[in-house]
Design a protein around this ligand. Structure first.
Ligand code: LLP
Length: 406
């Protein structure tokens, strides 16, 4: 189980010193996922660009950068954090469907590897910005390979009819246009079929279509260097990442020996297993046939259960001797959708008991808000068997109003 990275005694100490709710990450676990990717893809030697949206904490990003990884950013804010965390600009790519002219200018001035553009209008804007800056923008297009990744509809992105990417037909026209432009330099092609994908087969399908398209482009004199297969590799129900060797086999079957430089944009699979949300049970109550644990963490801290029906493994820290029963773990936010887990079997927790919500290192803190004027949680990094540090302090009431103007 994941808890081998998070000893109960350490979690109790962290809760006592920093309070709750607190996100706790394990450096060893994070580096283990990074290492597993490197090992699985050894023969292919891809550039890994950590998808910062999963968790943009400077401390975690610095770990990825220290392993030679680049970053996949989707906003000016993420680019700012990526540069601050120490990612080399030449290993940063900029994805997303709606980059503003200011964001494009920031990316070009920073000297990033390339922009993954998603429409002709965006490419035209990129060209205008590049002209103004007197440079040539490195361009990649996000292709929509029309592949079903079999995941939740909110995070499925690889089918035609979604807002993401462009069709192969349209892409060909855009590449031909870009190749003629003095301010655009077509360098790559990209797909990202979705997130929390459990099978490598859809990647193989999308990669095959991408490679065939790149070959057709080459026959028209446009030789791209980078093939970017996006992120999306899933995490199993228990919280561990799916074996990346399966993904490496599918992508290797298409790209090995092509001379193309493969890129990957993993986010969740690296960050999710590396973190948990530590929360304290405040009260217990029963209603109808349900038993509730009211915790001090809520949907503003971890929205995934409410938004996607995500199921995160939960444990009582240090176990418990009480009678085992089914519980709904809910937060203090004034909405019935505010739950962290539903119907989980746990020993009855004493008031004040600590709960660990696992596999919360990705899309937990990064999607958190101050809803109900709840200051955001603290973040802690466990750096060794008995060592840890606060990497982001708990927000205060003053932080809630810090940006308000009188
Ligand atoms: N690259 C692109 C272009 C993406 O849009 C995403 C995620 C990734 C890479 C990283 O995907 P990952 O390896 O993390 O699956 N909030 C949702 C997930 C949204 C994913 C959005 N795009 C959740 O909590 O499940």
């Amino acid at each position: 189980m994941l808890s081998k990275y998070f000893k109960s005694s350490l979690l109790k100490e962290i809760a006592a010193k920093t309070g709750t709710p607190t996100y706790v990450y394990s450096q060893a676990a994070f580096l283990k996922q990074v290492g597993a990717y490197k090992k699985a893809f050894k023969g292919l030697d891809p550039l890994f660009c950590y998808a910062m949206k999963a968790n943009s904490s400077g401390a975690l990003c610095a770990l990825a950068a220290g392993e030679g990884w680049g970053a996949d950013v989707v906003s000016g804010g993420e680019l700012y954090r990526a540069l601050r965390a120490g990612f080399e600009p030449g290993k940063i790519i900029f994805s997303g469907v709606g980059k503003t002219p200011d964001e494009l200018a920031y990316a070009l001035e920073s000297g990033i590897l390339f922009v993954n553009a998603e429409s002709f209008e965006e490419v035209a804007e990129l060209e205008r910005v590049a002209r103004r800056l007197k440079l040539r923008a490195p361009l990649s297009l996000r292709l929509n390979p029309d592949v079903d990744p079999h995941t939740h509809k909110y995070i499925s992105t690889g089918r035609l009819g979604s807002k993401f990417g462009v069709s192969f037909e349209e892409a060909q026209k855009i590449y031909m246009y870009a190749a003629e432009s003095a301010h655009l330099r077509p360098v790559g092609a990209h797909f990202h079929i979705g997130s929390q994908v459990h099978s490598a087969a859809p990647y193989g399908l999308a990669a095959g279509r991408l490679a065939a398209f790149m070959l057709r482009l080459a026959s028209r004199g446009i030789n791209l260097k980078y093939a970017d297969a996006g992120g999306g590799w899933g995490v199993k129900e228990g919280g561990e990442m799916e074996d990346p060797a399966a993904l490496a086999r599918e992508l290797g079957a298409v790209f090995a020996g092509t001379g193309l430089k493969l890129l990957l944009e993993p986010g969740r699979s690296v960050a999710a297993p590396s973190g948990l949300l530590l929360t304290r049970a405040i009260y217990r109550k029963a209603s109808g046939d349900k038993n509730f644990i009211i915790a001090d963490a809520a949907m503003n801290d971890l929205v995934r259960p409410a938004l996607y029906g995500a199921k995160h493994p939960v444990e009582l820290v240090g176990g418990g001797r009480g009678e085992r029963r089914r519980w709904d773990i809910v937060g203090p936010v004034c909405e019935s959708g505010d739950f962290l887990a539903e119907g989980v079997t746990l020993p009855e927790p004493a008031p004040g008991a600590l709960l660990a919500i696992y596999s919360a290192g990705a899309y937990g803190m990064s999607m958190s808000s101050q809803y109900n004027s709840r200051p955001r949680a603290a973040e802690v990094l466990v750096t060794g068997p008995a060592s840890w540090k606060v990497i982001r302090r708990r927000e205060t009431y003053a932080d809630l109003v810090a940006a308000e103007v009188k």
